[in-house]
Design a protein around this ligand. Structure first.
Ligand code: GN1
Ligand code: MG
Length: 367
C-alpha cells in the first residue's frame, strides 16, 4: 500500500516528502481512507488520503467541485469569525496540474487533505452532554451553510434522501433478485412493504412546500464530526461528500439513528437495539437550541418523523444492497448488509413505539 500511496502523494502540490507510515481508517462504508505520515525536509506531517468509491460517486468532478466550494466558503467564514480554520475546516489539496483529485495507475480516484491533530471521531456516544454538543455542532453547520449559494452545488447522488424512490429501488431489486437472496428474507420484505406510506411522507411535504429545502450535510453520523480531545467540543464536520439541498429532518434523523441507538449499527443481538431517550433528548436540546428561530416551527415539530424515516430508509438501503449482492456498502462479513438492515428495522420498530414520547420531548424544546 505504501508504494501506491507514495506515488499518489507525489502528484499533489505540496512539499515533496517520503511516505513513512500508512494506516487505514475503517470508519466509513464507502471510500477507503488512510492516515499517511510523510517526512518532509521541513519535518514530519500527517495527511488524510482517500481512494473514492466511483461506484457510489460516478461524477468525481461534481463531487470535488462541491467539496472545494463548500470548504472555501467555510474557511472564509471561519476567518471572519476570528477562528483558526486549520482546525475547523478541512483543507483539501490540488494536484500539481491544478486538479481537484488525481487517478492512481489503476485508474482509481484519490484526494488528499490535511490531518487535524488533537481531535478524534467517535463510533459510540460517551454520554448525553457530549451528544448535546454534537447536536449544537450539526445545528451550527446548517446555519453556516444557509448563506452558501446552493446553485453552485451539483447533485452528487440524485435522490439521495428521496425515501420514496429508495422504496421503489428496493422493489426493483426484489424483482430482479440478482443475488438470489430474496427467499431468505420474507419477514424483512414484509417490514418494508408495510411502510410504503412512511417512506413517502417527507418527500411529499418537501414537494408541497410544507417544509423547505436547505443545504444540508446528509450524512450526520456521529463519526462524521471531529471532537477536540481537550475541550470535547465539536470542531470540524467531516465527510462532505453528500452536501446537497435536503431537509433538516434527515440531518437530525441520521444523527439520532446512529448516535442515540443503544447498539452499534451492525449489532446482531437485536435485544440490545433501541433508541435511548436520554440521548434523543440530549441531541435534540443541542440541535433545536441552535436552530430555534432559524428553521420553521413545522420543521422542528417534524424532527422525530425525520428520525423514523431516515432509519427506515437506511435499513431499506442496506437490504437493497443485500439483494443486489453487496455492491454499494463495504462489508466485513457474510450477511453484513442483512444484519445492518435487521438492526435498523428493530430501531424503526422501537421509534414507532416511542414516537409520541419523542414528539413530547421536542415540543418541550420549542418553548
Ligand atoms: C454511508 O460513508 P459513511 O459510512 O459515512 C452512506 C450513508 C449511510 C451510512 C450508513 C454516500 O456513510 O448514506 O447513512 O453509510 N454514505 C453514502 O452507515 O451512501
Ligand atoms: Mg461517508
Amino acid at each position: 500500500m505504501k508504494e501506491i500511496v507514495q506515488k499518489v502523494f507525489s502528484r499533489f502540490d505540496v512539499e515533496p516528502g517520503n511516505v513513512v507510515r500508512v494506516e487505514q481508517c475503517f470508519n466509513g462504508h464507502i471510500s477507503r481512507t488512510f492516515f499517511v505520515d510523510v517526512l518532509h525536509a521541513s519535518g514530519k506531517k500527517r495527511y488524510v488520503m482517500q481512494e473514492v468509491n466511483e461506484y457510489v460517486f460516478p461524477d468525481m468532478d461534481t463531487l470535488m467541485n462541491n467539496i472545494f466550494a463548500v470548504t472555501e466558503f467555510l474557511r472564509k467564514k471561519a476567518v471572519e469569525n476570528g477562528e483558526d480554520p486549520s482546525r475547523t475546516v478541512l483543507r483539501f489539496f490540488k494536484t500539481k496540474e491544478g486538479g481537484l483529485y488525481c487517478r492512481a495507475e489503476d485508474g482509481k480516484p484519490w484526494r488528499m487533505y490535511d490531518y487535524i491533530g488533537g481531535a478524534n471521531t467517535y463510533n459510540s456516544c460517551p454520554g448525553p452532554d457530549f451528544f448535546s454538543e454534537v447536536g449544537r455542532s450539526f445545528g451550527r453547520f446548517t446555519k453556516e451553510l444557509a448563506q452558501f449559494d446552493a446553485t453552485v452545488l451539483g447533485e452528487v447522488i440524485p435522490g439521495f434522501h428521496n425515501t420514496a424512490s429508495r422504496f421503489d429501488n428496493f422493489c426493483k431489486a426484489l424483482d430482479k433478485n440478482v443475488a438470489g437472496r430474496k427467499d431468505k428474507i420474507p419477514e424483512e420484505i414484509r417490514f418494508v412493504l408495510d411502510r410504503k406510506e412512511t417512506c413517502e411522507k417527507i418527500v411529499k411535504m418537501l414537494a408541497e412546500g410544507k417544509i423547505p429545502l436547505r443545504v444540508t450535510h446528509n450524512d450526520t453520523k456521529l463519526n462524521n464530526i471531529l471532537i477536540d480531545d481537550k475541550t470535547q467540543k465539536g470542531i470540524c464536520i467531516i465527510d462532505l461528500d453528500t452536501i446537497m439541498p435536503g431537509s433538516v429532518l434527515y440531518d437530525f434523523g441520521d444523527a439520532i439513528r446512529f448516535g442515540a441507538s443503544t447498539a452499534a449499527e451492525d449489532e446482531t443481538d437485536l435485544d440490545k437495539v433501541g433508541v435511548d431517550m436520554e440521548m434523543f433528548s440530549a441531541f435534540s436540546k443541542g440541535y433545536v437550541g441552535e436552530l430555534k428561530g432559524f428553521i420553521t416551527d413545522e420543521e422542528i415539530r417534524l424532527l422525530p418523523l425525520g428520525a423514523l424515516v431516515i432509519t427506515l430508509e437506511t435499513g431499506i438501503r442496506f437490504l437493497t444492497d443485500y439483494l443486489d449482492g453487496d455492491k454499494y456498502f463495504h462489508i466485513a462479513r457474510e450477511n453484513h448488509n442483512l444484519d445492518r438492515a435487521r438492526n435498523q428495522f428493530k430501531l424503526v420498530a422501537d421509534m414507532e413505539k416511542k414516537m409520541s414520547e419523542m414528539e413530547k420531548i421536542i415540543k418541550g424544546f420549542m418553548k
